[in-house]
Design a binder for this molecule. Structure first.
Ligand code: GLN
Length: 451
């Protein structure tokens, strides 16, 4: 049924870059066989899923939305995919994304943009626009995204779906193509809070193949999603994440969600996190710096594209020609910013300074969590903007990440839950919830209450 639905609508939505029809049907048959043989099946056995094209799946193309990886088929499964297979989840295919997860609209994909199912002239968010759009268009009931600065939560917000960024280290990064290794985190996307929690519990947990993986029990996310009781929960509204630059309808729906939590018995207070204002500036130095190093591996020798390999060019020239042809503008911009910020003479002024700001933001969180159990804000300042509207203005594009970035910088858990539609344009608004590291269950408690 989902493959049929994709066949019907995906030429308009373009959520998928690659469909693995045969693999999906084989995986579904395997679940049937297991059931027929009287085997035990987990809660998600046989449920279809859309996988962001930044995670490897053996022999299935992985492009990260980039020409430079066109034609590359990874020889191994990421840990996320291995766990999905073990749970009997049926992977339908790979979803569209901003190239190497750099962007907030999916317009930076080398393979054309994804469209927002609510209004196909608008962006579905990014970088994981394909994953969230596939949910909103009913092409898949579950999806996997990755979130470096908001790429699960902001697409979730603008498509009216649920997106969770687990605690850093909660889900293995093995087989997740690295953008900014100290920030990247894979997580669940779904249409309901319980679906997201079930998926979370399948993909999370310690993995010896990822040295930053946390060796502690997975927080009780499914129990939390089943129990919408927020009585006595202390909720902090972040003062700095609102006001100027926020669409009035977004703020209105956000306030209503907070009032609902208060009506349900939560204790709502205002909290100040003074350094969050500098999150964007710090992130857009740290993430490009790490990216400039991580993307050095795409040299035309190891993977995918190779340009100028005609016997007339040196190895260095082949590398340069491949990177010139294979990377898009935003990726080149990040590599240049990152290389500059890390260069001797500028390191202290830019990268070192940004890392200090990162520490101050982490301390803001620590201080806030002495007073409250969770922090809340709108997920993103506006509803989905029009395709093309911010494409030539990187700073306007970066502004979409204002609320989501602090949780990545601190490594904490955070999520976006649907909070109705903005009265101005009828487009979805997201409630952003943040919780301390390894307290991911609190996100689901709030999500279940407002659902
Ligand atoms: N929009 C942010 C960026 O462009 C976040 C991307 C992400 O989370 N992968 O870097």
């Amino acid at each position: 049924a989902h493959l049929d639905r994709i066949g019907k609508v995906d030429d308009r939505i373009h959520a998928f870059l690659h469909l693995d029809t045969e693999g999906a049907l084989a995986a579904a048959r395997q679940v049937d066989d297991r059931r027929a043989a009287g085997g035990t099946l987990g809660p998600l056995a046989g449920v279809p899923l859309a996988l962001k094209d930044v995670l490897t799946m053996k022999d299935v193309p992985t492009t990260c939305g980039s020409r430079i990886l066109e034609g590359w088929r990874p020889p191994y499964d990421s840990t996320v995919v291995r766990r999905l297979r073990e749970a009997g989840v049926v992977v339908l295919g790979k979803t569209n994304m901003d190239e190497f997860a750099m962007g907030s609209s999916t317009e930076n994909s080398a393979f054309g943009p994804t469209r927002n199912p609510w209004d196909t002239d608008r962006i579905p968010g990014g970088s994981g626009g394909g994953s969230s759009a596939s949910l909103a268009a009913f092409e898949a009931p579950l999806a996997i995204g990755t979130d470096t600065g908001g790429s699960i939560r902001q697409p979730g917000s603008v498509t009216g779906t649920v997106g969770v960024k687990p605690t850093y280290g909660g889900v293995s990064r093995y087989g997740l193509v690295a953008f900014s290794s100290s920030l990247d985190q894979a997580g669940p996307c779904a249409r309901t809070v319980l679906d997201a929690a079930l998926l979370h519990s399948v993909i999370a947990g310690h993995d010896p193949l990822d040295s930053t993986s946390i060796d502690r029990p997975v927080p009780p996310v499914v129990d939390a999603a089943r129990n919408p009781d927020v009585r006595g929960l202390r909720v902090g509204v972040v003062k700095e994440l609102g006001g100027a630059g926020f669409q009035p309808g977004v703020e209105q729906r956000f306030r209503e969600a907070v009032d609902l939590l208060s009506d349900l018995g939560a204790e709502v207070v205002e909290v100040s996190c003074p350094h969050f204002t500098y999150g964007l500036a710090a992130y857009y130095l740290i993430a490009p710096s790490e990216a400039s190093s991580n993307l050095a591996r795409f040299d035309g020798m190891r993977y995918g594209l190779r340009a100028g390999d005609d016997g007339r060019h040196s190895a260095e020239e082949v590398m340069a020609l491949t990177r010139e042809a294979g990377f898009g503008d935003e990726v080149k911009r990040r590599i240049m910013i990152g290389t500059y910020a890390l260069s001797s003479g500028y390191y202290d002024a830019y990268y070192g300074q940004a890392q200090k700001v990162r520490t101050l933001i982490t301390r803001d969180f620590e201080r806030a969590y002495e007073q409250v159990d969770v922090l809340v804000s709108p997920t993103t300042p506006t509803t989905a903007f029009r395709i093309g509207e911010r494409a030539d203005d990187p700073l306007a594009m970066y502004a979409a990440d204002l609320c989501t970035i602090p949780a990545n910088l601190a490594g904490n858990a955070a999520a976006s839950f649907p909070a109705g539609r903005s009265p101005e344009d009828g487009l979805p608004v997201g409630l952003h919830v943040m919780a301390p590291a390894m307290a991911d269950d609190r996100l689901y408690r709030v999500g279940a209450a407002v659902e």
